[in-house]
Ligand binder design. Sequence first.
Ligand code: BGC
Length: 235
Amino acid sequence: MNNAKPLVTLAVDIGGTGLKMLCLDHEGKPLTERLRVPTPEPPTPARLLAALDKLRAQMPAFDRVSVGYPGVIKRGVVLSAANLHPRWIGFPLQAALEKRWKKPVRVANDAAVQGFGAIQGRGVEMIVTLGTGMGSALFTDGRLCPGLELGHHPWLKKTYEDYLGRRGLKKYGVKKWNKLLRKAVAQTSATFNWDHLYLGGGNTKLVTLQFRPNVTIVSNLEGLLGGVALWRDED
Ligand code: BGC
């Protein structure tokens, strides 16, 4: 039996529109309210980290940090920033936060973190997030296949994100956006043959479609609750 004190994880979700934070217990249950502030403009690393410092100052003590970042991350370094600032590309986010907050930090793609909070760990499960950008992550028996980035794959005449992200929603309006979403769900089913699809992200509140039982909408909180999964190998 492990008598060590259960660890508290500070979960951070960096979004193109909002920055969110809460503390989780060792099982991934919230210990605090979710705090949210608008993403600073322009969303450069310096400005964004300063905004995160302010949020962190309102949080209780924590032992480690999990971060969901809206782009490709490899070995703690940012490789893409479609909905943030180009200055993020090449930025060592994990090392920078460890230095700043003096705690161990793990960073992963935001949709992957959200997926970890939603999946059952059985079969092929996929998450698509509908927010500023369109996030995606694919899991087989609970293991992540990283770097999917479906949002930027060609679809119809553009990319999935062009139609289903914030820009698409603004351009096409809620009704057409829902129709496009129905088409996209069918396309992902044909492409990946998932057993279960989860739809997450702030814009799921605009979804008016009825789906089969193996397509479920998950709460935006999942974007943070998946944070403990990044530490599973240590628990
Ligand atoms: C990024 C993804 C991210 C998604 C949602 C996309 O533009 O390329 O990595 O998961 O937005 O934030």
